[in-house]
Design a protein around this ligand. Structure first.
Ligand code: GLA
Length: 734
């Protein structure tokens, strides 16, 4: 998979369908090519080393000119490259220039694994590690490129070692940077807000820097740590698409910079703002992994490459390959207003209908009747559970259900025993007012004693209730960054140390109790990132459960994370976030395209709604393996609904899950807005075997058509009566 051409000093990294090439020239590591797979061959002429006037040794011109134009693989600042640097240091004397030279490389089977951070894994990996060095400071940088023989992705990571004698400050260590030739690219990013996560933006690159980032201490609602660069003509099924993401859950930075010579510098990594790291002599710093994908079959294939990688090489949970229990969560049913009796009524009714897991959300601990108290006090509220929470858990178990609980381990309320005992455990800057957000503060998870105290409380509850599921929430962003445990010159390490602390506690949780199904959440989907997948196989995608809005949120979410990770539930209508009413079965079809569950007071449903639940559950169980392991094809565009009757052909969304062996497929169609007197629509399928015949039922009739017919002529979806009507069709290869 990885070839080294010795004479050309060129590296060629091949995945099944793509090639990534770099070379050493004049002692510097340069980027040559990233795209469709090439035969192994000498590509160094693409470096333009003989073009005037900038190459130092060939044209004997000044180095500074060269630095500002050469296609750098891991650029530094202070010596002539005025574009964005990937790596920065500050010496004890206060100097910041740095120049990395190639030292050596090695190619080996396997890949680097990290002790403190999430990472990809697998036996079928090969890695190229290139060592670079800044001579005056003796700082050594190791760039790693890993490929798996079953995935069209390249994993990059960066490790820094201080081989010198004096401590040095790292001011930035991005995980990936590359300079590509291309001035026509468009940048696709996922932006949003609480309850409106992962909307799609797509704009042409202009000269200068286009950046998305987070300084919130988490990956955030506002931007996802993902972007794609695409050709103007790229769509779901065709065209070039480069995708980049980071296996990290904290402050990130992702940028594309179109330069004076119309090259594009692409970068992703830990946000260099609010970051620095003191590296003692002989110490090392590890940056998180970045994932790069190239597809020449559009955004759909790019996404499927990410999905497959994460499914096979990142998600560790035993639940990865299992049908997850159908759950009911009481948040939208009761909010904080419940007691044991009320919850048992819901659980009894839910158990009768076939729901398997009861999840008690926020409000079961301390004296929490609203969001203004008790975070940090993880013991049951005696008023709500007079006999303790284990007694309640026992009653749930008697109903034949499993039991799950909500925790928000990283937080503390000012009104809590924990805060009264340890006010310095909150992240804060002395003598500066500490900002409240959702009436709470953030615990300093960079401190082991803080994590230990929370862990001890969680373990008591987990063991006394025999928990099967945990929803790990995180409901506010970080402010007033300051840790009582760090000296002044290391305060800028806090944001990253905080994330490492979160990973440490999650690691303890998933390794001590591997059978627990962990669902990550952050005020909805503010931690919807690949880092979390290493611990939790599913992530609550949004507090917005409205089926119409979920079409967009889930379309955006699956740009880079697999559908099996998208936390999705059926809730009541009118929807609590939008006031919209959508059909019960459409809500089920949309939730079934993620993890599936209920988030409502099942005792208040109509008899008709209740009667539909067993069939919905059966359908979920039947198709869950297809959603989890199949290949997803997004067929519609929920971001462009019809505005007029003339545009009614756009007022729909559809997607398809195709089994990896091609034996079956599940098609879901949603007519977003009804139009009077419209003809049926042809929806072109994708991903089927052209020659194979598929049998399916449509409008009560059994049909048999070839894959070619279904992909070129389409399925005819007749005009349905009403907005948000849906159809699901199961296609079986004959
Ligand atoms: C966050 C979560 C919700 C719910 C509430 C409880 O907003 O996203 O699902 O758990 O917290 O306070």
């Amino acid at each position: 998979m990885i070839a080294y051409l010795e004479t050309a000093q060129q590296f060629q990294i091949n995945t099944p369908h793509t090639t990534y090439a770099l070379a050493v020239a004049d002692g510097y590591l340069m980027h040559i090519y990233f795209g469709k797979r090439l035969a192994v061959q000498d590509l160094t002429d693409l470096l333009r080393l003989n073009e005037s006037p900038y190459t130092p040794t060939v044209n004997l011109r000044e180095k500074a000119f060269f630095f500002d134009t050469y296609p750098a693989e891991y650029p530094t600042g202070g010596t002539g490259d005025y574009r964005e640097a990937a790596f920065g240091i500050e010496t004890a004397d206060g100097f910041r220039a740095c120049e990395l030279h190639y030292v050596e490389h090695r190619i080996f089977k396997g890949k680097p694994l990290f002790s403190e951070m999430p990472h990809t894994f697998g036996d079928n990996a090969e890695t190229l590690e290139i060592t670079l060095r800044d001579a005056p400071t003796d700082v050594t940088v190791f760039l790693s490129y890993t490929v798996f023989d079953d995935s069209d992705v390249i994993i990059r990571s960066v490790k820094v070692r201080n081989s010198g004698k004096k401590a040095i400050k790292l001011t930035r260590v991005l995980s990936a940077s590359l300079d590509m030739d291309n001035d026509r690219l468009e940048m696709l990013t996922l932006y949003g807000s609480w309850a409106r996560e992962r909307q799609i933006d797509r704009v042409p690159l202009r000269h200068g820097k286009q950046r998305i980032d987070s300084l919130r201490g988490e990956s955030s609602h506002q931007y996802s740590p993902f972007f794609a660069l695409v050709s103007p003509e790229t769509n779901e099924q065709s065209g070039a698409a480069y995708g980049f993401t980071l296996i990290y859950s904290g402050n990130f930075f992702a940028q594309a910079e179109l330069t004076q010579h119309c090259q594009t510098r692409i970068q992703i990594g830990i946000n260099p703002d609010d970051f620095s790291w003191e590296l003692q002599a002989d110490a090392e710093f590890q940056a998180p992994e970045a994932v790069m994908v190239y597809s020449d079959n559009g955004l759909g294939e790019m996404s499927r490459c990410f999905h497959k990688l994460f499914d096979h090489h990142l998600i560790r949970s035993v639940w990865r390959d299992k049908i997850r229990p159908v759950l009911i969560n009481n948040w939208e049913a009761t909010y904080f207003h419940f007691d044991e009796t009320k919850l048992l009524q819901i659980a009894e009714q839910a158990a009768d209908l076939g729901i398997e897991l009861f999840v008690m959300d926020d409000g079961w601990f301390g004296h929490r009747d609203s969001d203004d108290s008790s975070l940090g006090d993880w013991f049951p509220d005696k008023r709500k559970f007079p006999n303790g929470i284990h007694a309640f858990a026992e009653k749930i178990s008697v109903l034949g259900m499993q039991f799950g609980l909500w925790f928000e381990p990283e937080m503390v309320s000012p009104d809590s025993d924990l805060f009264r005992a340890h006010p310095d455990w909150a992240i804060q800057i002395p003598s500066r007012e500490l900002s409240l957000c959702r009436a709470q503060f953030v615990l300093d998870f960079s401190r082991k004693e803080v994590r230990d105290a929370i862990w001890a409380q969680m373990q008591d509850i987990i063991e006394s209730t025999h928990l099967s599921y945990i929803k790990w929430d995180m409901n506010r962003q970080l402010t007033e960054l300051g840790s009582a445990a760090l000296p002044a010159h290391r305060q800028q390490e806090l944001a990253h140390r905080y994330v490492l602390g979160v990973y440490d506690l999650m690691e303890r949780l998933v390794t001590t109790y591997p059978q627990i199904l962990l669902e990550n959440c952050s005020g909805g989907g503010a931690r919807f990132d690949a880092g979390m997948l290493y611990y939790s196989p599913q992530i609550w995608a949004s507090d917005n459960t409205d089926a119409r809005d979920r079409l967009r949120i889930q379309h955006g979410a699956t740009m880079f994370l697999p559908p099996s990770a998208v936390g999705a539930h059926i809730s009541v209508c009118p929807n609590h976030a939008t006031g919209r009413t959508t059909p019960f079965d459409t809500r089920a079809a949309v939730a079934m395209s993620g993890t599936f569950g209920y988030e409502l007071d099942v005792t208040r449903l109509t008899d008709d709604e209740k009667s539909r639940i067993p069939a919905q559950i059966e359908c979920y169980r039947r198709f869950s393996p297809l959603v989890r392991n199949g290949l997803q094809y997004r067929l519609g565009d929920p971001f462009s609904p019809s505005k007029t009757a003339a545009q009614a052909q756009n007022g729909w969304d559809a997607w398809l899950f195709v089994a990896e062996d091609g034996a079956e497929a599940l098609f879901t169609y949603v007519q977003i807005s009804a139009e009077a007197n419209m003809r049926s629509r042809r929806i072109l399928l994708a991903g089927l075997e052209p020659e194979s015949v598929y049998r399916y039922e449509i409008d009560g009739n059994t049909q048999e058509k070839t894959g070619a017919y279904l992909m070129q002529c389409g399925l005819l979806m007749r005009n349905l009566f009403g907005d948000m009507q849906s159809v699901q069709i199961h296609l079986i290869r004959q």
